[in-house]
Ligand binder design. Structure first.
Ligand code: SAM
Length: 677
């Protein structure tokens, strides 16, 4: 089906409903009108100098100022040696909070210092655990550190060897063999209408063919199931391998066709177990085989394949793994501090960029299909008119929704995709404190802040666990937490093999510490705010719902509130024997195979005055009005589950100070962790 899709056209990052229903010709007929309506909507919501002439003059001036030398990547712009920099301040880590300095050069990191050595809080015997958080290879949805123009459909595992997808997914962006010349032509404001009509006609043809294809597929599946039951189809030859056969296969090189076919059969059996399973085989045997095949077929370690598999029903899990093999759409965010989306779209169209508004949920996003110029080095990019930013990265900022004149803390902010979005929403009023523990990364953060013309941003480099000691009383806090990156595997396939159980324990622990600091940094007295958004580019429950649930248990003065994002799946309230606070369903999950954006998680909290919380009563509002919540009097970070980590942290600090370290206390959890890790 994907083969007939327009060349380089990938569905926009969109809610499930949009993706599940194929665009009808009628829908596509409204395409141009929609684009214009979107652009109009934006115009009416953003107050800005109306005259494009003025904007163009400004752009021309900015172009003059900025080097147009193309760069290889979208990383921070080159040092503007002669550029006068205003409005960005740096705080030195470890210093007093009044040690504020005006940065004279965005690329100059000297003003940003910090000591991260105290970050070692875990088992020093484990190499992996000795590093600072950044050494943990923390996942990042780095907006400026992604491949600038990822080749669509680039296969990153041994997928290129396989003949076909085992289950068709909505994320197939393979190019068409029937593309007309017209489609290769760039979209311009002038030809948009004609192209729109052509697309309508094509969509109608596609819709007919799709219906036919779907009917054929259903018939084929029915026939195969019937044959399996009758025992006269080719599936009759399908038997789960014995333990011995599996061992032999593991030692040798597995045939990708065999693995692929077995996955398909396992999925089918698991979908209709009573009828299709071999008599003497259990469900768990099929599951085990399937997970093992997924790991080898898509190139994951067994641990992560299973962890991710557990998140979905069987057939959907395959869709998730498939989607991780396909690049997500290239998207940019208009910098409303400098331009309007329609002006930016026009300027880029004039340069041969084929683009469209992302969707109704954002009035600043554009999806780029193809470009005659490097999208990370166009004059508009260099002038700070847009940020190359994954669509999912818009979500936490939209959820936080900062209001003019507020003080906002961005706790883990480099390279600044979300910081600059926050600054733009504040319309350069109020203040954004952009912090990141990784000093090196704050250089690109500062560079982006300058490029985007944010005058209300201060950059600092503290371990965010030092907040609110460093500074508190914020109206809103964004914690875009360091994470495993299991939502961005299509960008960074190394995650498939480099994450262990121990990594998830460590990350979850760090995230729990950070979220308490985020909560404590917000002023419950804020007149306009009092909100925290917690987000990750990971899809695991340990890093998301478990962290949110922990925060609710530890801080009775916070409750979850609606994120305000109209799409996304509800967070889990139950997962593999764990039960979370029912309000956790207010959190939102985003998936590559469902929403055609990076895997992401967003939770929004409201902080209330502590006095309001009666002893023995939890402030969390029940989603259904019924909340069996245990109140913990002590709101510190000292629960049983954290004891081993706290002990290790103390041992490490003593060692750093040259003190004699007492022998480790062997706790049950320590023992279990060792066995597991
Ligand atoms: C997901 S990335 C942030 C991306 C950023 N919000 C953006 O939109 O561009 C997570 C960041 O957390 C930083 N980090 C890791 N541990 C930290 C800590 N203890 N305190 C503060 N920042 C930390 C990492 O250096 C990394 O830049």
């Amino acid at each position: 089906m994907g083969g007939r899709r327009a060349k380089y056209k990938q569905a926009p990052p969109a809610p499930l409903a949009d993706l599940n229903s194929r665009p009808s010709s009628k829908k596509l007929g409204k395409r141009k009108a929609d684009i214009e309506a979107d652009l109009e909507r934006e115009e009416s919501t953003i107050s800005r100098p109306a005259k494009r002439v003025k904007e163009n003059k400004k752009l021309a001036k900015e172009k003059e100022k900025t080097s147009t030398k193309p760069r290889k990547t979208g990383n921070s712009p080159e040092k503007g040696k002669n550029r006068k920099v205003v409005g960005v301040e740096h705080i030195e880590s470890g210093g007093d909070s009044d040690e504020w300095e005006d940065a004279s050069d965005p690329g100059d990191g000297e003003a940003i210092t910090g000591n991260l050595s105290d970050l070692e809080f875990v088992d020093q015997d484990d190499n992996l655990l000795q590093g600072t958080p950044e050494e943990l290879d923390l996942g990042s949805d780095d907006d400026q550190e992604v491949e600038l123009f990822p080749k669509r459909g680039t296969k990153k595992s041994k997928q290129f060897e396989r003949p076909a997808k085992i289950i068709p997914t909505g994320s197939d962006a393979s190019s068409s063999d029937e593309d007309s010349d017209e489609e290769d032509e760039h979209v311009t404001m002038a030809n948009m209408e004609a192209r729109s009509r052509a697309l309508d006609a094509q969509a109608a043809r596609e819709a007919e063919l799709d219906v036919q294809e779907m009917q054929d597929a259903v018939q084929t599946e029915d026939d195969a199931d019937a044959q399996m039951q009758d025992g006269d189809g080719d599936d009759e030859s399908f038997h789960l391998p014995t333990a011995e056969q599996r061992e032999t296969e593991k030692r040798g090189v597995s045939d990708v066709h065999v693995v692929q076919s077995r996955m398909r059969r396992c999925v089918r059996v698991l979908g209709n177990f009573k009828k299709l399973a071999e008599k003497d085989r259990s469900r768990s045997e099929y599951l085990e085989q399937l997970v093992s095949d997924i790991a080898s077929y898509y190139g994951y370690n067994d641990f992560l394949a299973e962890k991710l598999f557990q998140l979905f029903p069987v057939a959907e899990a395959i869709e998730f793994f498939e989607a991780n093999e396909v690049s997500r759409p290239v998207t940019i965010r208009t910098n409303t501090l400098k331009t309007r989306r329609r002006d930016l779209a026009q300027a880029l169209i004039n340069r041969g960029v084929n683009l469209e508004p992302i969707g109704k949920w954002t009035n600043v996003g554009l999806q780029v299909f193809e470009s005659a110029v490097p999208i990370g080095a166009s004059p508009e990019y260099l002038a700070g008119h847009y940020m190359l930013q994954a669509a999912s990265s818009f979500l936490p900022v939209i959820a936080l929704s900062p209001q003019p004149n507020e003080r906002v803390l961005d706790m883990a902010s480099a390279p600044g995709g979300k910081t600059t979005h926050l600054a733009a929403l504040l319309q350069n009023t109020g203040h954004v404190f952009a912090n990141d523990a990784n000093k090196a990364r704050t250089k690109s953060l500062a560079a982006n802040v300058h490029r985007m013309g944010c005058k209300n941003v201060t950059v600092s480099s503290y371990d965010a666990r030092e907040f609110p000691k460093v500074m508190g009383g914020f109206d809103r806090v964004l914690l875009d937490a360091p994470c495993s990156g299991t939502g961005v595997i299509s960008k960074d396939s190394s995650v498939k093999v480099n994450k262990s159980e121990r990594d998830f324990q460590l990350l979850s622990h760090l995230q729990k510490q950070l979220i308490l600091c985020a909560i404590d940094s917000v002023s419950p007295d804020s007149k306009t705010g009092g909100y925290i958004v917690y987000s990750t580019c990971s899809v695991t429950v340990d890093e998301n719902e478990a962290v949110v649930d922990y925060a609710l248990r530890k801080r009775p003065n916070v409750k979850l509130v609606d994120t305000g994002i109209e799409f996304g799946r509800e967070g889990f309230t139950k997962f593999r024997g764990k039960t979370f606070n029912p309000s956790v369903k207010l959190t939102r999950r985003f998936y590559p195979h469902v929403h055609n954006m990076d895997g992401f998680f967003v939770a929004k909290f409201k902080v209330e005055k502590r006095a309001k919380v009666q002893a023995g009563e939890k402030a969390t509002e029940g989603v259904d009005g019924k909340l069996p919540v245990t109140v913990e009097e002590d709101v510190g970070f000292d629960s049983e589950e954290d004891k081993p980590f706290i002990q290790e942290g103390k041992r490490r600090q003593m060692k750093a100070k040259g003190l004699r370290v007492p022998p480790r206390q062997r706790t049950e959890q320590n023992a279990a962790t060792k066995a597991g890790g």
